[in-house]
Design a binder for this molecule. Structure first.
Ligand SMILES: [Cu+2]
Length: 260
């Protein structure tokens, strides 16, 4: 019997080639998240603590509008609470494709020449607004992977800009005010609503998680100096730690991170 070889037709190769060309260089897109009931949901609690002797970064000098902003602002890269709990660490449960609905709205304020909150997290597509409560000109300039994804002037006290549509891709967005080189903030955009930002004591809690095994990521903006950016802002080595966690049916799991 003659051997019949399976061959791929020229049009198929052509189509495959077009697909490869079309997808080459595209950022990895997250799986579409689906809101669904979560029977036997579990929760994740934990903390982030600083181990060892914490560095004490210098205050950041203010170069413009000192009459409103003051001569310097505290460096918010590493903010420790009681027992060296690390405030402003972002905790992400990875790979949850179905589950609870995202709730609430993130408002990034410019208040007394600081972005408030300094570190935040949001689900891609969930409502986010930037506003200013100050009498000086600020802007909110969002950068993801070295590219500007939004840049709005916040010129009038009370002005609110909706930036929801700019935060559709998961990733770590650095926010700068180009007018004030002492100002910076972070928005971590996640592909599901399963995230938390540690409180003033370094604690966090995430509820409504479908039972199962997950990788949990800790992200922190870092405190080990890496130099300065083009405007002289201090830049730090970002931290990412990963842990495997099993969320039990209707129960709670705990994970404690240490950074140093
Ligand atoms: Cu500003």
């Amino acid at each position: 019997m003659p051997t019949r070889e399976r061959t791929i037709s020229t049009p198929t190769w052509f189509a495959l080639g077009l697909f490869l060309v079309a997808t080459w260089g595209m950022p990895a897109t997250a799986l579409a998240y689906e809101v669904a009931p979560v029977p036997d949901a579990g929760s994740l609690t934990g903390s982030v603590r600083f181990a060892g002797t914490p560095p004490r970064p210098d205050p950041i000098p203010v170069r413009k509008n000192q009459d409103v902003c003051g001569p310097s602002v505290p460096n918010e890269a590493l903010v420790l609470g009681p027992n060296r709990g690390v405030k402003g660490s972002v905790i992400l449960v990875e790979g949850v494709a179905r589950g609870k609905k995202a709730e609430g709205e993130l408002v990034l304020d410019n208040a007394r020449c600081l972005f408030v909150p300094h570190a935040a997290a949001v689900m891609a597509g969930a409502p986010v607004k930037a506003k200013t409560s100050d009498p000086v000109l600020h802007n909110a300039h969002g950068i993801l992977s070295g590219k500007t994804i939004f840049n709005f002037a916040l010129s009038v006290k009370g002005r609110v800009v909706d930036i929801t549509s700019k935060l559709k891709q998961p990733g770590v967005v650095k926010v700068l005010c180009d007018a004030h080189t002492h100002m910076s903030a972070w928005i971590v955009v996640h592909d599901s609503p399963y995230f938390a930002v540690t409180d003033g004591e370094g604690g966090f809690r995430i509820d409504g998680i479908p039972p199962g095994k997950y990788t949990v990521t800790l992200w922190h903006e870092g405190f080990a100096p890496k130099g300065v950016d083009k405007d002289g802002r201090p830049v730090y080595e970002e931290l990412r730690l990963h842990r495997e966690v099993t969320i039990p049916r209707g129960g709670s799991a705990a994970v404690d991170f240490e950074i140093k």
